[in-house]
Ligand binder design. Structure first.
Ligand code: SF4
Ligand code: SF4
Length: 421
């Protein structure tokens, strides 16, 4: 089935300069064209699926889809890498040591799948952060780098509890996707999103029946669990009667917009999934298309925009966040070099491929530093954490914010000017 996809590659090499791992290594096999050649060889039985070089390349690829976005032949590279990761997972899963199997099951099937489990884990992490236990544990177990990426857990969580946020004269109803990490690490982004959607004259519903988007399951080569999660969100959206399914995390949005791909062989669900996928929008697309309340304050500051891969490449949404930033009086947008080159976050990539992730993080930090901007705007929690950790390590005073938070701040400052150096 994937034969058609890889056969569409004409080996032109136009994708090479967009590939972060190729830019870092200048090695053909660490770029999209080389990886497509390897995938074809494995699919045709010329290379063993579990040969170390192949497994390494499937792991080192960020699945950032920058190559896909520029390919003149329309090669759906994401389909290829995700299929190969699923095949590798199927082959290695039975031989995984029981302790590793249990840990994977705990993380993938219990932690990310349950809002309650995520809140319990985040409460423990918050306690460890406030008491210094996190620092102590990280240095005892040699996990300083991983700990540096952990989000600072705030005092309050966001809970998808079925509440409705209504506005007079609403033009429609938006379903807000809560997700798994966002409610415990970025509650303020959800709160800002609700206020901004209301300012765009949309009622907002946050049904409690929703769940994780399934992107982590797809990236980990577990499409059947991703299907289970997708069914939950599709059913919650259908039951809500909302007009649009709004996502403020680019990685989740990309997975949800492609939910139909998961059900291509399931006649019962494929139509539901296709209808659902067609209604998913990133919040920047929604706000950009709506008329916003004109009562906006100003933010006197310099901002640079870091493009989340799964917004720019997978969803092809690039102009909307910039147009929204341009609507904030006083804000000066300075473009950085390589804004659309991955920062090295890519789901759990910074944990599975720490060396390449650190190289890409440094590259991004340097590009940000060259702009001199006081704020880095982005639209994905993974990018926010990775960029913030890079800035901290470089001693930069710049801070990171979601595009929607900046807009919300500007509205909150109506009648005044906020200055951010
Ligand atoms: S994936 Fe597309 S851009 Fe890259 S080499 Fe193949 S045809 Fe060219
Ligand atoms: S998905 Fe990203 S890292 Fe992987 S080959 Fe394409 S551009 Fe390179």
């Amino acid at each position: 089935m994937i034969e058609e996809v890889y056969n569409a590659c004409v080996r032109c090499g136009l994708c090479l300069p967009t590939c972060p791992t190729y830019l870092e290594t200048l090695t053909e096999t660490s770029g999209p064209r080389g990886r497509i050649g390897l995938i074809a060889a494995v699919d045709q039985g010329r290379i063993d699926l579990l040969s170390p070089g192949f497994v390494e390349q499937m792991s080192q690829c960020l699945d950032c889809r920058a190559c896909e976005a520029v390919c003149p032949s329309g090669v759906e590279y994401g389909v290829l890498v995700e299929e190969m990761r699923a095949r590798i997972e199927t082959a290695v899963a039975p031989n995984r040591p029981p302790a590793q199997r249990r840990l994977r099951d705990l993380l993938l099937h219990r932690l990310f799948a349950s809002g309650r489990a995520m809140r319990a884990a985040a409460t423990l992490l918050r306690f460890a952060q406030r008491t210094g236990l996190q620092r102590l544990g990280a240095s005892l177990f040699g996990l300083r780098d991983a700990a540096a990426l952990a989000p600072e857990i705030p005092d309050r969580f966001f809970v998808a509890d079925g509440r409705r946020y209504e506005v007079r004269g609403a033009a429609g109803t938006a379903f807000l996707h809560a997700g798994c990490v966002m409610p415990v690490a970025f509650a303020r982004v959800h709160e800002a999103s609700i206020r901004m959607l209301n300012r765009a004259r949309l009622n907002v519903v946050v049904p409690k029946e929703q769940g994780c988007c399934g992107a982590i399951a797809v990236h980990a080569g577990d499409p059947s669990f991703a299907r289970e999660l997708a069914k939950r969100n599709i059913a919650a959206f259908e039951a809500s009667g909302a007009d649009v399914y709004v996502v403020n995390a680019a990685g989740c949005g990309a997975a949800l917009k492609e939910a139909d791909r998961l059900f291509s062989e399931d006649a019962d669900w494929s139509e539901h999934a296709a209808r659902f996928a067609a209604r998913v929008r990133d919040i920047t697309e929604v706000l950009d298309a709506m008329e916003l309340d004109p009562k906006i304050g100003s933010i006197e500051s310099t901002v640079t925009y870091q493009e989340p891969c799964h917004l720019a490449h997978a969803q092809r949404v690039s102009a909307a966040p910039r147009r929204l930033l341009a609507k904030i009086p006083g804000l000066r947008l300075i473009e950085m070099n390589e804004s659309a080159v991955c920062c090295g976050s890519a789901g759990i990539y910074n944990l599975t491929e720490p060396e390449m992730a650190a190289r890409l993080q440094r590259r991004k930090t340097e590009n940000i530093g060259a702009t001199g901007a006081a704020i880095v705007a982005t639209a994905n929690p993974g990018c926010a954490l990775q960029v913030a950790a890079g800035l901290r390590a470089a001693g930069s005073p710049a801070r990171v914010a979601h595009v929607v938070e900046l807009l919300d701040d500007a509205y909150a400052a109506y009648g005044a000017t906020v200055r951010r150096a």
